[in-house]
Write a protein that binds this ligand. Structure first.
Ligand code: S3P
Length: 450
């Protein structure tokens, strides 16, 4: 979406203590999947707590283009009248997934085994990202695709008219690739098997089971083996989307580094495949407690009580934790800058193919703010300066990346001089209420012009 939106320069400055309740929006991953699986079920799925960020709105629009009836009833409350597995109509126009890698990759999977063709595109960020990681396994079903050099969008995908089931080992830890193959497997006869060496977020597996698909997961020496029986009739569901831990990360980390803060973040998903940041923050000495643990919408959730933690220390995050916190490394690197000692993040090369090259974006912005950084292809090292010692005073480039934008604004709340970003518009893709929510807690964030 940001390709069309005017840039919104923003500035954050040292803030009064953050206080109050931070009700963050619904989980982005689960929201995309609820709309897509709702569109593939027979009958009406009812969703509450849907994230109404631009990424998810683009997926809703796409599902309409494939023939589903998607209706907004009220704040976060939506219905999807599905067309059934194999029931997608051929879209009359190009599908624009905006900024969303999850949207485009999952939708490619969902249409790949129907006898229809679809041309996909996205914004300037998405058009740089690799799609071959999805179209390669989809070709095993018999799907064809024609994109730009390097498997980039725009790309036309020609669905397989007579798909065959596949057995595929995902070569990089990627829930998007895993999910694309599983969604394609829905309309292939027989058993589709996906093997992942490292566990990635498991929302697709959970939700496919909830919609009535025969799906079986076992853990073996080669990794997690997921077996899906094709051509089920998916039953419509009521999906209560829990709040997004990746969005919760921003107020949580802000409260940890702004002196005197004490906030509550209710109803956050504690799915273990998404929990790596919180595990890491606790290791660093963060004052976070989990209150009222419970289950909502098939996911474990809890209320997070977070208090300012002035003596955080650097840690090393192991390679095998990276997948469970893949979207949280930018904000972790901000906390690491405010901690004492060195934080070493290992196994993070996937960050280079996100909405931006997040290792490069964070390294350059933190350096501009006076923080010492070391990096290689797969590692990011932040030399912590200790509470209250980060100089700040720079304008950081956000490269159409919502998480880079929010991370540098959080840094500005705890650095000596204000931190600015060139463009906060992409924040609307995942956390449209970030600015009012942070201000309500007491954060000093403003739009620099207009
Ligand atoms: C997502 C998977 C992750 C993550 C993205 C959402 C998903 O990407 O970075 O924000 O919903 O499946 P990869 O699967 O490419 O690692």
């Amino acid at each position: 979406m940001s390709a069309h939106a005017d840039p919104i320069p923003m500035t954050a400055r040292a803030s009064a203590p953050l206080r109050g309740v931070a009700e963050v929006p619904g989980d982005k991953s689960i929201s995309h999947r609820a709309l897509i699986l709702g569109a593939m079920a027979v009958g009406q799925t009812h969703v509450t707590g849907l994230l109404e960020g631009q990424d998810v709105l683009d997926t809703a629009k796409a599902m309409r283009a494939f023939g589903a009836t998607v209706t907004r009833l009220g704040q976060g409350e939506w219905t999807v009248q599905g067309v059934g597995v194999g029931g997608f109509a051929e879209p009359a126009d190009v599908i624009d997934c905006g900024n969303s890698g999850t949207g485009v990759r999952l939708i490619m999977g969902a249409m790949a085994t129907s006898a229809i063709s679809t041309t996909f595109t996205g914004d300037a960020s998405l058009r740089k990202r690799p799609m071959g990681r999805v179209t390669q396994p989809l070709s095993l079903f018999g799907t064809q695709s024609y994109g730009r050099q390097g498997g980039r969008l725009p790309m036309t995908v020609i669905g397989a008219a007579d798909p065959v089931p596949v057995r595929y080992t995902v070569p990089v830890p990627s829930a998007q690739v895993k999910s694309a193959v599983l969604l394609a497997g829905l309309n292939a006869p027989g058993e589709t098997v996906v093997i992942e060496k490292e566990a990635t977020r498991d929302h697709s597996e959970r939700m496919l089971a909830g919609f009535g698909a025969a799906i079986h997961v076992e853990t073996a020496a080669e990794g997690r083996i997921i077996t899906l029986t094709g051509q089920p009739e998916l039953r419509p569901q009521t999906v209560a989307v829990p709040r997004d831990p990746s969005s919760a990360a921003f107020p949580v980390c802000a409260a940890l580094i702004v002196p005197g803060s004490d906030i509550l973040v209710p109803g956050v998903s504690r799915n273990p495949t998404r929990d790596g940041l919180f595990v890491t923050l606790l290791e660093m000495g963060a004052d976070i407690t989990y209150e009222n643990p419970r289950e909502e919408g098939g996911e474990p959730v809890a209320d997070l009580r977070v208090r300012f933690s002035g003596d955080l220390t650097g840690v090393e995050t192991p390679e095998d934790r990276a997948a469970s916190m893949i979207d949280e490394f930018p904000i972790l690197s901000v906390v690491a800058a405010c901690a004492s000692g060195i934080t070493t993040m290992r196994g993070v090369k996937e960050l280079r193919v996100k909405e931006s090259d997040r290792i490069d974006a964070m390294a350059r912005g933190l350096e501009a703010c006076g923080v010492r950084i070391e990096e290689d292809e797969d590692t990011l090292v932040v030399h912590g300066m200790g509470q209250g010692n980060v100089p700040g005073g720079a304008t950081c480039a956000t490269h159409l990346d919502h998480r880079i934008a929010m991370s540098f604004l959080v840094l500005g709340l705890a650095s000596k001089a204000p931190v600015s970003i060139d463009d906060g518009a992409p924040i609307a893709t995942s956390f449209p209420v970030f600015e009012p929510l942070m201000k309500q807690l007491g954060a000093s964030i403003e739009r620099t012009h207009g």
